[in-house]
Design a protein around this ligand. Structure first.
Ligand code: PXL
Length: 281
């Protein structure tokens, strides 16, 4: 068995624990060699800070991918999340074409909105561009806001019903990805988790975990990084979803115990050894 290798195409927010600063350690803890293509460098993420220093790296994405393509590097996964512009969407789409092999899993987390609103800096037509990139993915992981925006539907507040969740999953599946994962699923105020639909098998899968109240920055990135980690360790969709939901819940629980801040990101580092053990490594 070769060691699994993934390309992680995200920005690096130097402070605040999201994007590459969580994808790299999580995938590494899962035994996956992770090769970053930084799309931008920011002093912090954009969710709650001002006067952010930003170095755009859009022009550096393709040269890195071209070099890797010339080396014929095998990539078991191509993983992207927050992308800052239509140009980056087009470039990442091109990177997928260049680096995708026969068995490469393409994971797109369409990070752009939450709580019914687009993040600052994104135009109203950005979700349509992101939906196009999602068509190239094997797995997509929107939250309810991102799902509604990509489908051109009204955002619906929870608690949700199974009928709504499964209808939404099915409509998202028509965008083109074989596996659609919805995050932030809740049917009551005790449990929070995710739901998924696989178009090939027609199965719906749910994974719920203890809900620790509060809004914590970066948990979406942590969820998708753990989900991919489990998938690359040959866990089933159900297992992968459960491992990711439990991991996020454990991080949030630990952070609530240690600190009382939400913008600085959760203490996922302390949970990494448990993740490694849970994956049987
Ligand atoms: O957590 C997603 C994310 C990634 N990168 C940057 C962000 C955000 C969310 O706010 O601002 C730069």
């Amino acid at each position: 068995m070769f060691q699994k290798r993934a390309a992680a195409i995200h920005d690096i927010s130097c402070f605040g624990k999201c994007s590459l600063t969580v994808a790299l350690p999580i995938l590494s803890a899962a035994g996956v060699e992770t090769c970053p293509i930084p799309t931008a460098m920011l002093s912090t993420h954009t969710g709650g800070f001002t006067n952010i220093h930003i170095r755009d790296l859009t022009d550096d994405i393709l040269p890195v991918a071209n070099h890797w393509a010339s080396l014929s590097l095998r990539m078991d996964a191509l993983y992207t999340g927050y992308l800052g512009s239509f140009t980056q969407l087009d470039i990442v789409s091109e990177v997928f074409d260049k680096l995708k092999g026969e068995d490469t899993l393409i994971v797109v987390d369409p990070v752009m909105a939450d709580h019914g609103k687009l993040y600052g800096g994104f135009s109203e037509d950005f979700p349509a561009g992101m939906a196009k990139l999602c068509a190239k993915a094997d797995v997509i992981t929107p939250n309810f806001t991102e799902a509604a925006l990509m489908l051109g539907e009204e955002f619906v507040e929870g608690p949700y019903t199974k009928e709504y969740v499964e209808g939404l999953l099915k409509r998202l599946s028509a965008l083109g990805a074989d596996t659609v994962v919805l995050t932030g699923v809740y049917f009551d105020d005790k449990q929070l988790g995710a739901a998924a639909y696989n178009a090939t098998t027609g199965e719906y899968v749910y994974a719920m975990s203890e809900w620790i109240s509060g809004a914590f920055h970066g948990t979406g990135d942590i969820f998708t990084s753990v989900l991919l980690s489990a998938m690359l360790n040959n866990c089933s969709l159900q297992e992968s979803l459960q491992i990711a939901a439990d991991f996020v819940s454990a991080c949030v629980k630990r952070t609530r115990r240690d600190h009382d801040y939400m913008t600085y990101g959760v203490n996922f580092e302390a949970e990494l050894p448990a993740l490694t053990r849970r994956l049987g490594l």
